[in-house]
Structure formats: structure tokens, C-alpha cells
Write a protein that binds this ligand. Structure first.
Ligand SMILES: Nc1ncnc2c1ncn2[C@@H]1O[C@H](COP(=O)(O)OP(=O)(O)OP(=O)(O)O)[C@@H](O)[C@H]1O
Length: 333
């Protein structure tokens, strides 16, 4: 196993702050302590070479978990090993086993060309000269950024910078890679290029990859398995296609109407997702689709009707919103 996480929890302790001078003075003598369970009893295992999506809404506990897996934070409870190392023991050898890339944070020196940062990493991770040259050659070729090595990082586009961030992170050939939103803010073409590269690299090097992304295309394309975390707990662990299958039991009927129709009128045919009078979206069971569509056409002033699947993106959002959807899913799987 590459990553083993058992009953991992993290509770943050912080103090309640009240506004106003009087309250601030009172706070000097008596501070109310608050607790936040950011991660609660999380367990999973990831095999060597697996590429796993790590998803969850804002505040779900993703970053806190990643921080514990990389040794930045101590857990309140639980055990973790990453490639055999306990991350928060911060052994020197462990540093050479993993890499973390954050789309929102540059690890390259802003005012210098990326080549300087690569040389610094070569020194920090003790990469041998020939390996260094070969790796840089191979990766710059693959990502098509050879001519950009000597351009000041601040002058690069976001996509170009991200490619060089990846090269800097992979220089020491880590066994495990944590990618936190690596395609955030990139245009479609750059996102695709980064995805292709990650897919190829993962297949070639068998590096274990944990990928956090808000772009479902990244996850659908790259990860056979996803762990969904919500409110600090694991809400789902498996193939996202299965989430889709379950949510695929429902269909959306999108309507354009000649004249406004009330929610009450629409409710008879299915769950009203949206209704602005002249355009409405109904959620119906797949099994009832034909009857529903016919009834809608007969009984409502319909200009246009289309039938759509619930997208995987939407499916996940539904899972985030509604605990009962998670249970619905558990029952079927
Ligand atoms: N140092 C801290 N002290 C108190 N609460 C914290 C601290 N760090 C994080 N939290 C809280 O813990 C919860 C989980 O935060 P975390 O950053 O892990 O979420 P996330 O899933 O990474 O969210 P996002 O997608 O927005 O980055 C949040 O409610 C956050 O406010």
C-alpha cells in the first residue's frame, strides 16, 4: 500500500473573538475556547500507482487531510503512513518520497527563471547531475516548455507556469504526489494538456497520485476511484461512474413554455428544479420518463421539450447538498 489512513481526525481549537474594546479586555482574562472537527474518523487505503480523486465542497476537510498526509499538521487522532513513513515525524528520507503541487500557490521563484528553481530543488533533494539533466530534458519535451526555462516566472502564462511547477515537483521522482487544484484557472486547452501529461506520467512512472480538483473533467478523465469527503467524513469511496449510474436513474425534462406555468402545475409531473415562468426544469424518475413527457406535452403549453441526463458534476453537487442522497447511494451500491 502506498497510503494508509486509519481513523484520522483533526480538531482545531480556537478562541471566540468578540468585537468591541470591552469584550477585548474581558477576553484577556477569560477566553471562550471553541472546537472545530475539520476531519472526523477518516479511513482509506491507496495502492501504489493509483490515481485517486479527492473531492468535497469548500470546507469539507480536504486541505486539512492533505496537510496531515504531508506532515504539515499533526492529527488529533489516528494513524497515517505514506510510503511506509509517518508524515509528521518529518524524516529527511520522507521528503524525497513525495511532492505536493498547489494550483493556488507557486513554488517557483517569482522573479527568477524557472531553471533557477529547478537547480535549487536539485540541491535540496540531492538529485544527481545526469538524472537531473535527463529528467528536465524529458519533462520539458513532454510538456513543450523547453524554451521557457530561462524566462522569468512572473512573465509566464498561468498554464506555462503550472507545467514548470510540475517539472519542479517531479525532479526528484517522488513515489507519491499530492495535486491540489493543478488546473485551477487554466483555459480548456491547457487543462487538457496537463491532464494528458498526468495520465501519461502516472502510467509510465507508477507514481501514486491524489488529485483534488473542482473540475469534474479532470476527475472523470484521470481517476477510476474518488474519495468524496463532506463535513470531515468520508461520504463516498469508489468509482464516480457508479454515482452517475445511481443518479442516472433520474432524468431532467427541460421545458420552454408559451405562457407562464406555476410550480403547482408543474409539480404534478415531477420535482421542480427550476421555474422562471417561461422556462422550467423537472426532475423525474427514468422509469416514468415516457409517461411524464407525454403528459407534459398534452397538458402544458409547451414550445420545446428536451430530455437530459444529470451531469456527473451536478450529481456530485447533489451528494454534497443532501446527506440522504449519500444514503440513497449506499443502499444501491
Ligand atoms: N486553523 C484552523 N482553525 C480553525 N478551523 C480551521 C482551521 N483550518 C481549517 N479550519 C476549518 O476546518 C474546516 C475544513 O477546512 P479545510 O481547509 O480542510 O477544507 P477544504 O475541504 O480544503 O476546503 P476548500 O475546498 O475551501 O479549500 C473548515 O470549516 C475550516 O474553516
Amino acid at each position: 500500500m502506498s497510503i494508509v489512513v486509519r481513523n484520522l481526525s483533526k480538531t482545531f481549537e480556537y478562541y471566540k473573538k468578540e468585537v468591541g474594546l470591552k469584550s477585548s479586555l474581558r477576553n484577556l482574562f477569560h477566553r471562550e475556547t471553541l472546537h472545530k472537527n475539520a476531519v472526523s474518523d477518516v479511513s482509506f487505503e491507496i495502492e501504489k500507482g493509483e490515481m485517486v480523486g479527492f473531492l468535497g465542497p469548500n470546507g469539507a476537510g480536504k486541505t486539512t487531510t492533505l496537510k496531515m498526509l504531508t506532515g504539515i499538521l499533526f492529527p488529533t487522532e489516528g494513524q497515517v503512513t505514506v510510503h511506509g513513513f509517518v508524515p509528521w515525524e518529518r524524516k529527511k528520507e520522507f521528503k524525497k518520497k513525495f511532492a505536493i503541487v498547489m494550483g493556488q500557490k507557486s513554488q517557483l521563484w517569482w522573479d527568477l527563471p524557472a531553471s533557477e528553481s529547478l537547480h535549487l530543488n536539485k540541491f535540496i533533494y540531492e538529485v544527481e547531475e545526469t538524472t537531473f539533466r535527463n529528467t528536465v530534458d524529458e519533462l520539458t519535451e513532454l510538456l513543450d516548455v523547453k524554451e521557457l526555462l530561462n524566462v522569468q516566472v512572473r512573465r509566464l502564462s498561468l498554464g506555462e507556469r503550472m507545467k514548470l511547477e510540475l517539472i519542479a515537483a517531479l525532479l526528484h521522482k517522488p513515489e507519491v504526489m499530492f495535486l491540489d487544484e493543478p488546473t485551477i484557472g487554466l483555459d480548456i486547452l491547457s487543462q487538457r494538456k496537463i491532464r494528458e501529461f498526468l495520465k501519461y506520467y502516472n502510467q509510465q512512472s507508477k507514481t501514486t497520485i491524489m488529485l483534488t480538483s473542482h473540475y469534474m473533467n479532470d476527475i472523470e478523465d484521470l481517476c477510476k476511484r474518488s474519495i468524496i469527503i463532506n463535513g470531515g467524513k468520508v461520504a463516498y469511496d469508489g468509482d464516480l461512474a457508479q454515482v452517475n449510474n445511481v443518479l442516472g436513474q433520474k432524468k431532467l425534462i427541460k421545458l420552454k413554455l408559451e405562457q407562464p406555468v406555476s410550480d403547482l402545475q408543474l409539480n404534478r409531473f415531477g420535482f421542480v428544479r427550476e421555474n422562471n415562468g417561461l422556462e422550467a426544469v423537472l426532475e423525474v424518475e427514468k422509469a416514468n420518463l415516457k409517461d411524464c413527457a407525454q403528459a407534459v406535452l398534452q397538458q402544458l403549453p409547451v414550445l420545446d421539450l428536451t430530455i437530459e441526463d444529470i451531469s456527473i458534476e451536478e450529481g456530485i453537487a447533489l451528494l454534497y447538498q443532501k446527506e440522504n442522497r449519500v444514503h440513497e447511494l449506499e443502499k444501491v451500491l
